[in-house]
Design a protein around this ligand. Structure first.
Ligand SMILES: Nc1ncnc2c1ncn2[C@@H]1O[C@H](COP(=O)(O)OP(=O)(O)OP(=O)(O)O)[C@@H](O)[C@H]1O
Length: 248
């Protein structure tokens, strides 16, 4: 956890993540400007915002990966947190299963690693090298690596940003299935309004260092991009992002 941020003492009834007055700045420029936010246990939340709005900065703060960044505020997050990035960050000199098991120990770890790989559709690829995987398969392996830690909170920073459209849709289905089975709290950073409304039950828009919009998406799953009832949510989110009809 960042040393400049006071640790809130979590109570059982409190949400998984709690932020109070969280600020972060770089070179005197404020990127996060006093954010108050609760993420309830088991909620799937997406975070939208323009490029440079501070989405990754917020995610890194919650992950406790920002010790050298100037800031203040109060933050509480669970101990078991997994982070997935746009690139899989697999170690090229370790086989897929060894990558998944990295940092785990105990006799049951290998079995858990194998079943996590099976869950993401990579059974039989345990001994493959990372460079033998496609981009989508590498992200599946990264998801398996995050799952094996049984996280209470999964932070995902544009995890599908580098994938082609079809692979992206398959990964959406997979991520939602994994969430339904394991029920961690999820915070998914994305640029993609449709990805946010198809996957998440709550969508936040980061704007000028604050949460500019906090929208509950009250539609059943699985959702389709073509669902006309999602259109209203899309319009509200695009408006919050400053995208008007003329810009679409
Ligand atoms: N380590 C750093 N040093 C200096 N400035 C930084 C650093 N990290 C982020 N910033 C600045 O903070 C602002 C927010 O960056 P951040 O990466 O959080 O935005 P983002 O919303 O995730 O952007 P994108 O969608 O383009 O990934 C940007 O202006 C960025 O240049």
């Amino acid at each position: 956890m960042a040393t400049h941020t006071e640790q809130l003492t979590p109570l059982r009834t409190e949400p998984t993540v709690q932020l109070r007055g969280l600020t972060r700045s770089f070179d005197g420029r404020t990127v996060l400007d006093g954010i108050d936010l609760d993420l309830p246990a088991g909620q799937f939340t997406a975070l939208l915002g323009h490029s440079g709005s501070g989405k990754s900065t917020l995610l890194r703060a919650i992950a406790g990966l920002d010790h050298s960044v100037t800031g203040s505020g109060r933050l509480s997050a669970p101990e078991r947190v997994s982070v997935v990035f746009q690139d899989s960050r697999l170690l090229p000199w370790r086989r897929v299963l060894d990558n998944v098991l990295l940092g785990t120990d105990g006799r049951e770890a290998e079995g858990k690693g194998r079943s996590a790989l099976a869950e993401v559709g990579l059974a039989g690829r345990e001994r493959a090298w990372p460079n033998e995987l496609s981009g989508g398969e590498a992200q599946r392996a990264a998801l398996a690596r995050s799952l094996v830690r049984e996280p209470e909170l999964l932070l995902a920073d544009e995890p599908f940003g580098a994938l082609d459209a079809l692979t992206r849709i398959r990964m959406h289905v997979l991520l939602r299935e994994l969430w339904e089975r394991h029920r961690p709290s999820v915070l998914l950073v994305t640029h993609d309004v449709d990805e946010a409304i198809v996957l998440a039950d709550r969508v936040l828009v980061l704007d000028q260092g604050r949460i500019g919009l906090d929208l509950t998406i009250d539609r059943p799953h699985p959702r389709s991009y073509r669902d006309p009832l999602l259109g209203e949510y899309r319009e509200r989110l695009l408006a919050a992002l400053g995208v008007t009809e003329d810009h679409k």
